[in-house]
Design a protein around this ligand. Sequence first.
Ligand code: LIP
Length: 272
Amino acid sequence: MIDRLLDVAVTAARAAGEFLVDSRPASLRVATKSTPTDVVTQMDTAAERLIARYIHDARPGDAILGEEGQASTDVTDVRAGRDGRAGRVRWLVDPIDGTVNYLYALPQWAVSIAAEVDGVVEAGVVFDPSKGELFAAVRGGGAQLNGEPIEVSGCEDLSLALIGTGFGYDARRRARQSQVLTGVVPIVRDIRRLGAASLDLCALACARLDGYYERGLNLWDYAAAGLVATEAGARVGGLHGRPASGELFVAATPAVFDPLHQLLAGLEADRD
Ligand code: LIP
């Protein structure tokens, strides 16, 4: 069953990625959400509807949670996952992770689709059409990039670690995140801000980063890529033994995780 879920996610992600590249109009219609910089375009909503149709055709009745809330537009509204039966599958969809990059035509965005079974993410796909890179993982089955196994780097020294991070759409939260960043930059090799959490975590999974942290993510940002990173050997968590979440998402090579966690805890990175 899990392999079938992965196949559905791969097919839907590739179809959405092709649509987002081939059908991108000369000008995008932009609306805003939580703040004037938190944008959504007609392509975000159309891609989410496309993904939802693929999922519904393959698995009618599964629940779908999408960033743009379009999952139910043309299909039965199954987001609620009404009956809670064992083996309940819920799909977690970010049609464009890195929306601002897509808006600016910066080639650093991805389609992220995860399948959750009874509340546990069992399969995840992150497709980066700009680079033709498809990251995939099933729980316990390792992580792959375009079908080839990937694993995290062997970095064991925080001072030599290349660390990814990101910032929220709210200016007050960004001010606080800048304070945390000031405490991180002198301690690590350097910082990279890619603009898409799913690609940050996939970069960690294939040793292009040694660690990542961010506060304020949504489940759809990290559900698929968090599994990819975990299956590639990363340690993933929140602060003080809490699970990784929007409160704070920390992921790193096994040797870098504890010192990075200790640094972020000292900086109270889980607080606004
Ligand atoms: C983005 C995240 C990124 C974060 C951005 C934004 P979106 O998600 O993937 O890590 O720093 O602020 O939240 O909004 O492009 O789906």
